[in-house]
Design a protein around this ligand. Structure first.
Ligand SMILES: [Zn+2]
Length: 508
């Protein structure tokens, strides 16, 4: 082909393809990194993230040198200082702590239990967070079952639990939804305490632990504490008790549970650092995970992984030398395990600039690879996100949906009508490590962590740098309707964090 003909063919082809794209796709078609100008920066960030990451080193330090970090404890305060020092060392700007308080503090003491009859052996138990103690020196009592599925009836009949150890089980069919049962569980714990029950075996609210002789601690609501000792028992020990009772044998158990509740308010702090935007520094995307953990192990997967991912993401962007259009604010939240206290505190402290927020991006589903971007209720953003997710195909296939994640620091942003974006993960091993003695560094594969940190860096940068602003807050009415449509109303209402009254109800 001659040079002229090549030239002509190229012009014709270009004209055709322009006309074609204009006709078929339209101009408001969402653009991904290949078309919106972000690709060259993202390519550099990916290189830094994958080849020069220190995310696993950060996770090792946090796990082994700081260790478990229950909100408000000395160890958690140490973690705040560690997080701020890391942010500064990485090169984030405006690094500081944002202090707030939680209602009460709690420290774990001993948790011992023995089966006394019909056979004798040690029972594996651990106290649930923010629950009480047995009498000093321990207590001894018969174990009786309580049916979680009929919890309202159990509350009425709580007097039968005087001097007993209550074993919470699930029998028959539930009388109401699991959310409502769990919400009523708190009332049951109060009734059992008032009736003189000695202790409750019910960490899983009637379910069993995962197995492998692990207990799983945790809080039993949002910002709640209970005077009665409540323990998680291993599935293997609980199974034996249940089988004995089912054939008419009453197990007798000794228990010594000692915890310390400290009167509040107790001080804690979110750790904050920024990459300031080059064009719209006042517009802010929050990116993070939670720094606090439970205390049966090192808190590696919940949520040391999210903390290290966040730091690794910040580092990848800074080392790439690329500046986003808008500000990326990295936040290591505390108080997540007590009821998303850190992210709710953040919303209060930053209420005046909430209109300038784009949403938040959170990783807190354990140690596995990222599988989905859950856009926190914002169905209007799914199409815009899709081409970005497709641009990651060589790294990983990641799906996009509009679901709300109410179990982590995404929820306060979804309630504010912003995309609380959850980087959902494959959770195969997480059911073992979640809040258990197995939540240690062994559970996290370095290559998966590095990839997740890189994906977080790419996502954060793309959102902050794309020419068009991704999101502005929805009005309350629309947000309330979305939360109702997604089935969040019942839970939020039951736990007293539904802020919308009757908003969002369908008008007749
Ligand atoms: Zn978590």
């Amino acid at each position: 082909m001659s040079r002229e003909r090549v030239g002509l063919a190229a012009v014709v082809a270009a004209g055709l393809s322009l006309a074609f794209s204009g006709l078929v796709r339209g101009d408001d078609r969402p653009k991904g990194p290949d078309e919106d100008g972000t690709k060259p920066a993202l390519t550099r960030i990916a290189g830094e993230g994958l080849l020069n990451s220190h995310a696993y080193q950060y996770l090792t330090e946090l796990s082994d040198d700081v260790g478990s970090r229950v909100t408000g404890s000395p160890a958690e305060h140490k973690a705040e200082d560690w997080g701020a020092a890391k942010m500064k060392a990485i090169g984030l700007e405006n690094v500081h702590l944002e202090k707030y308080t939680i209602w009460k503090g709690w420290t774990r003491g001993m948790a011992e239990a023995q089966l006394l009859s019909p056979t004798q052996h040690k029972l594996h138990v651990d106290a649930m967070g923010w629950t009480g103690s047995t009498a000093a020196g321990g207590v001894e009592g018969d174990v009786v079952t309580v049916n979680m599925f009929d919890i309202d009836e159990e509350i009425k009949n709580a007097s039968r639990l005087k001097g007993k150890i209550a074993l919470v089980t699930m029998q028959g069919k539930p009388k109401k939804s699991f959310t409502m049962l769990f919400a009523a569980f708190g009332d049951f714990l109060k009734a059992a305490h008032d009736a003189g029950a000695l202790a409750v075996i019910g960490g899983q609210g009637g379910g069993k632990s995962t197995g492998m002789n692990l207990t799983h601690t945790g809080i039993l609501g949002f910002d709640v504490d209970f005077a009665i000792p409540v323990v998680s028992m291993t599935a293997e020990d609980q199974g034996q008790l249940e089988r004995l009772i089912a054939r008419g044998v009453t197990p007798r158990v000794r228990m010594n549970i000692q915890n310390t509740m400290t009167s509040g308010p107790v001080e804690t702090a979110n750790v904050v650092g920024e990459i300031r935007g080059r064009e719209h520094p006042e517009q802010i995307l929050v990116v993070g995970g939670h720094l606090d953990s439970w205390d049966l192990a090192e808190g590696t997967t919940d949520n040391g992984s999210g903390t290290a991912t966040t730091l690794g993401a910040a580092e990848a962007i800074l080392r790439s030398g690329q500046k986003p259009r808008r500000t990326i604010r990295f936040v290591l939240f505390t108080g997540e395990e007590q009821g998303l206290d850190g992210s709710f505190a953040y919303m209060k402290q930053h209420a005046a600039e909430m209109q300038n927020h784009l949403g938040d991006l959170i990783l807190d589903e354990g140690q596995g690879p990222v599988t989905d971007f859950m856009l926190g209720g914002r169905d209007d953003l799914v199409a815009a996100f899709q081409p970005f997710a497709e641009s990651l195909a060589n790294l990983r296939t990641i799906k996009v949906n509009d679901k709300v994640e109410s179990g982590t620091d995404t929820l306060p942003f979804s309630i504010a009508g912003l995309p609380g974006i959850n980087m959902n993960q494959e959770t195969a091993d997480y059911r073992y490590t979640h809040h258990s003695a197995a939540d240690a560094l062994e559970a996290q594969k370095p290559d998966v962590l590095t990839q997740n940190a890189t994906l977080m860096a790419l996502t954060a940068f793309w959102i902050a740098d794309r020419p068009e602003r991704l999101a502005t807050p929805w009005p309350a009415e629309r947000t309330a309707k979305m939360l109702r449509d997604q089935g969040e109303y019942e839970e939020l209402k039951a736990f007293n964090i539904w802020p919308f009254g009757d908003l969002g109800l369908e008008k007749k």
